[in-house]
Design a protein around this ligand. Structure first.
Ligand code: ZN
Length: 457
């Protein structure tokens, strides 16, 4: 492709005037071959028709956000020389995004939220665990911003199926995928001849997975050169995020990422009678440990969902305990020796911070030595009268979304009181329900703005 660039740059020809002075036929033929290969031109023969060729070049220039000259000018040839995705927007039904955005949406749009994924055929040149890691991280870039979840499975009929196969020589086509609604929907093929790497030394597998997954989700190429969905390889660095342009497209299809403030299903909670119960089996009325010396009744379940997948932050501590909670769930910590106990979002806990564990009936400061993430089916958010709960021996708040234990606890006071009174009068019934408690929903919605208006936050 570099050869093509050099040759054509030396002999630029003008399609509009159809009077190229120095246009060796083999160079024009290579440009035509490129346009046919990526779907802008129906056949090599069609390249002999000036109108067809102009239309093809115009389509290419639109997709790449170039000036529309309909000529094989220098920017066009330069763009053709870059490694790219095999997909093209040509001949696709599409809907445009907002006027200030450059993305295009495929039709029909996806209507799923949970995508299972697997690697069907592996690359020989990269260890398998690194291939899994690259794919997982590449997928997560979409889940970081939009309301969808990716879950690894080891079956070949997963929603997203990664294949490494030979496509063409290195440096030209990197990969392609299939849009929703097609026979091979969910299949993604990566060129095994490329040098795939975890960073940008070769081609970043993680980065291209993010791009191809955009297609799987129903997003076409964007003409924004900074977007993940730009047609050619444009690495944005190791800690990249999807760009506002990509994010807008994804949110139209899947909605905004919701931050459920919950615990994972398998955390163990100590009951006052000495028994333990898993978070998923916890019921209203259970009396659970809330600190080293205190137990409190579960007054309600602010949120409970057994079916949806959720990603949790897992904090492992020096004492061997661990706790799994969503990123905007509050947990008490101490960051330094001089600092008081304070409540922060789980996502703001750093390695070396100290959480509060209960060991042999005593509260200890317990250093966080590992932070990782886990995805489980099901999430749970019990509210105790005290507003705290001890899970796997580590104390956590019952609250989320507002980074203040006192405001959250205050906003739930009416509900905690009502439940307490009902319990005293024995009119409360233990019940299961899916979804967030109505009062919790209201509080989550209004506590933050109220707190901000009061100048507390
Ligand atoms: Zn693409």
């Amino acid at each position: 492709m570099l050869k093509l660039l050099l040759i054509i740059n030396l002999f630029l020809f003008d399609i509009v005037n159809s009077a190229p002075v120095y246009t060796p036929i083999e160079n024009r033929a290579q440009a035509v071959k490129y346009l046919v290969k990526y779907g802008y031109l129906s056949s090599v023969e069609a390249g002999n028709n000036m109108n067809d060729l102009q239309r093809a070049v115009e389509s290419f220039q639109i997709e790449f956000g170039l000036n529309i000259t309909k000529m094989l000018d220098s920017p066009t040839i330069t763009a053709m020389a870059k490694p790219r995705c095999k997909m093209s927007n040509i001949n696709m039904t599409m809907s445009m995004g907002k006027p200030d955005m450059m993305y295009k949406l495929h039709d029909p749009a996806a209507n799923m939220k949970i995508f299972t994924w697997t690697i069907v055929t592996f690359l020989d040149k990269l260890p398998r665990d690194l291939q899994y890691e690259a794919v997982e991280k590449g997928l997560q870039k979409w889940a970081d911003k939009c309301d969808l979840v990716f879950h690894r499975v080891d079956v070949e009929n997963a929603h997203i199926r990664i294949h490494f196969e030979y496509i063409d020589s290195p440096g030209s086509t990197l990969a392609f995928a299939f849009y929703p609604g097609y026979t091979n929907s969910g299949k993604q093929i990566y060129d095994s001849s490329e040098s795939w790497t975890m960073d940008n030394a070769g081609h970043s597998l993680q980065y291209v997975v993010t791009h191809e997954t955009g297609h799987t989700l129903g997003i076409m190429h964007s003409s924004d050169p900074l977007a993940i969905m730009y047609p050619s390889y444009n690495y944005l660095g190791g800690d990249y995020s999807i760009t506002p342009d990509d994010e807008s497209a994804c949110k139209i299809l899947f909605g905004e990422k919701k931050d459920n403030g919950c615990f994972g299903p398998n955390g163990k909670v100590l009951l006052r009678d000495g028994g333990t119960v898993l978070m998923k089996d916890l019921r209203i009325g259970d009396v659970v440990q809330t600190s080293a010396n205190a137990f409190s009744r579960v007054v309600t379940l602010l949120d409970r969902n057994e079916k949806s997948f959720e990603t949790f932050i897992r904090l492992r501590t020096q004492s061997g305990n661990f706790i799994e909670l969503t990123k905007k769930h509050l947990i008490p910590i101490k960051s330094s020796e001089n600092e008081e106990k304070r409540y922060v979002f789980a996502q703001n806990v750093l390695l070396g911070s100290k959480v509060y564990s209960v060991v042999d009936g005593k509260e200890i400061e317990d250093e966080v030595i590992e932070i990782s993430s886990k995805t489980y089916q099901g999430y749970y958010s019990p509210l105790t009268f005290h507003g705290t709960i001890v899970i796997n021996g580590i104390q956590a708040s019952c609250y989320a979304e507002v980074e203040s234990q006192s405001i959250s606890h205050w906003s739930m006071f009416p509900l905690r009181s009502l439940s307490y009174i009902k319990n005293m009068l024995s009119v409360s019934k233990v019940e299961d329900f899916e979804g967030i408690h109505w009062y919790g929903r209201l509080s989550k919605q209004y506590a933050l703005p109220i707190a901000k208006n009061l100048g507390i936050l």
